[in-house]
Design a protein around this ligand. Structure first.
Ligand SMILES: [Zn+2]
Length: 123
């Protein structure tokens, strides 16, 4: 005799399996589509590889920062912005966490300022 708790778990399992199957049917190549996934506007994205398999949706992606190794989430919204507004190549992905990006930007700005100061001094 099964307990009510076990039965409940079984019902939950079969429901999850049904949802997963449904998601596979609407998006057969990319696995389950979460409710918060953002549709890709394929007309707006820039890519060079003919063989690139463009997904139907952006989903949050986890990545390890190239500089500090921190695990950061690249959100679906940020991806849409990067590929469709900033026109980042579709073959590129986020490689640095926000902190390291800010650090690099600050360094670049400082260098630029420094260069400007040097060129001003020569007059
Ligand atoms: Zn980092």
């Amino acid at each position: 005799m099964k307990s009510g708790k076990q039965r409940k778990a079984e019902i939950k399992q079969s429901r999850l399996a049904r949802i997963a199957k449904h998601n596979r049917e609407i998006n057969p190549f990319k696995g389950p589509v979460p409710e918060w996934a953002i549709p890709v506007n394929a007309a707006e994205v820039v890519y060079h590889s003919m063989f690139l398999d463009i997904p139907l949706f952006y989903v949050d992606k986890e990545f390890a920062c190239k500089d500090c190794g921190k695990i950061e989430i690249w959100t679906a919204r940020q991806q849409k912005w990067w590929y469709e507004v900033a026109k980042g190549n579709f073959e590129t992905t986020a490689v640095r966490c926000r902190q390291c990006r800010d650090k690099r930007k600050a360094k670049r700005d400082a260098q630029k300022k420094h260069m400007e100061e040097i060129s001003n001094e020569s007059y």
